[in-house]
Design a protein around this ligand. Structure first.
Ligand code: MLT
Length: 388
């Protein structure tokens, strides 16, 4: 045997950001190092009890043990669109404008398979969730990065997209509240996105995984609230961050029926749907009191004061988030994001280089609020020690 050759698309791919960080963490922990893990955005808080109870009950029901429906249970899709109506005032048809996902990452990955042909341009935010660009490339699409800069509120400058690129573009990814910058979109920005998409015949794919993690001001808005958005767009929603359900793998896509159906066609040929007991638990999450979500927000808000306050007191330039549980910290002078991350790891704090989300992330590292207050206070001290 001479060994196996990886496909070119995989050879060219850097290791998945968080898989790589996991390896480094495991190696240091094996040496006995105490690490405060503020790397991946994986809530440490438990899934609310009533959701776990709904899952326990559903798991015992044989009717849920068979293949799920491809598009998701009717109850689940109805719960999802009901939640959209209550939360955003957006009306959707559960039968044609909603589809269950095995976590929003799955839908985000598969969506370009339905709509991007080789040579099509996909407009991707930089920094941005790595999956947007990876799957564009997997299907032979061309990535055009839209820089997100602090002085522009981390919103892409649509006017800066060259006309010939806009003409060849098939799709644009947007993500607000934003990972990793924590920026929020405005109604005016979304209106401009609709106008741009209509003018250039572009599909808008909006990732709103963090819409429920917010701390001040008006709750974040959905792209689909924008007049005309449903003619051009689809939105990817996740239960992971709202209900601390990252391990459960459940989300949904809603929006333009043609876009939802296109994604559905990829999925019927790829997976066999989300475990129906998980969908039943998700119905409980979406349809019952949202008080646990309120409590979660209050916890993150307190944590935000501890971490950001501690870092600011130590003289760091910190982008205090109004939403998401991500905190960008500006690198100390003379350090790249990679240098800073490595120093932080030596000091016992796991962080993520914002460059892991794209070249425009240079200058920042990302910390999460996914640890309790005592650990975050300790983390702030360790970060301070890492500077010297
Ligand atoms: C992150 O840390 O950026 C995300 O949690 C990763 C993910 O949601 O897959």
């Amino acid at each position: 045997m001479s060994g196996f050759t990886l496909a070119q698309r995989i050879k060219e791919l850097p290791p998945y950001l968080f898989a790589d960080i996991d390896k480094k963490k495991a190696a240091l922990r094996a040496q006995g190092k105490d690490l405060i893990d503020l790397g991946i955005g994986d809530p440490d808080l438990p899934t609310p009890e009533h959701i776990v109870a709904a899952m326990q009950k559903a798991a015992a029901e044989p009717r849920y043990h068979r293949y799920p429906s491809y598009e998701g249970m009717k109850d689940f899709r109805e719960a999802a669109v009901g939640w959209y109506q209550r939360r955003f005032g957006v009306s959707l048809d559960a039968a044609t404008e909603c589809c269950a996902l095995i976590g929003s990452k799955e839908g985000i990955a598969h969506f370009p398979v339905a709509f991007v042909d080789p040579g099509d341009v996909v407009l991707v935010p930089d920094p941005g969730y790595p999956v947007y660009a990876t799957w564009t490339r997997f299907v032979g699409g061309e990535v055009h990065y839209m820089p997100l800069r602090r002085d522009n509120g981390f919103l892409p400058d649509l006017a800066a997209i060259p006309a010939d690129v806009a003409k060849r573009a098939k799709m644009m990814w947007i993500n607000y509240p934003n990972n990793p910058t924590a920026a929020l979109a405005t109604k005016d920005f979304y209106a401009r996105v609709v106008e741009f998409a209509k003018k250039n015949n572009i599909i808008v794919a909006s990732d709103v995984a963090y819409s429920e993690v917010f701390f001040e001001g008006e709750p974040p808005i959905s792209f689909l609230e924008t007049p005309g958005a449903k003619e051009v767009g689809i939105e990817f929603q996740s239960l992971s961050k709202t209900y601390n359900m990252t391990g459960w793998r459940i989300g949904f896509a809603v929006g333009n029926a043609q876009l939802v159906q296109g994604l559905g066609k990829v999925k019927t040929n790829t997976d066999s749907g989300a475990f129906e007991a998980v969908q039943a638990a998700a119905v409980a999450a979406l349809s019952s009191s949202q008080e646990p979500v309120e409590k979660m927000r209050a916890i993150y808000k307190e944590r935000r004061e501890v971490l950001c306050g501690g870092l600011q007191k130590a003289g760091f330039d910190v982008l205090v988030p109004k939403a998401t549980f991500y905190v960008l910290v500006v690198n100390p002078k003379g350090l790249t994001s990679a240098d800073f991350v490595s120093r932080l790891l030596d000091a016992g704090v796991v962080s993520t280089p914002a460059t892991g989300f794209g070249a425009c992330g240079e200058g920042y590292v990302r910390l999460t609020l996914c640890a309790d207050k005592a650990r975050l206070a300790e983390a702030a001290e360790r970060v301070q020690r890492a500077r010297v």
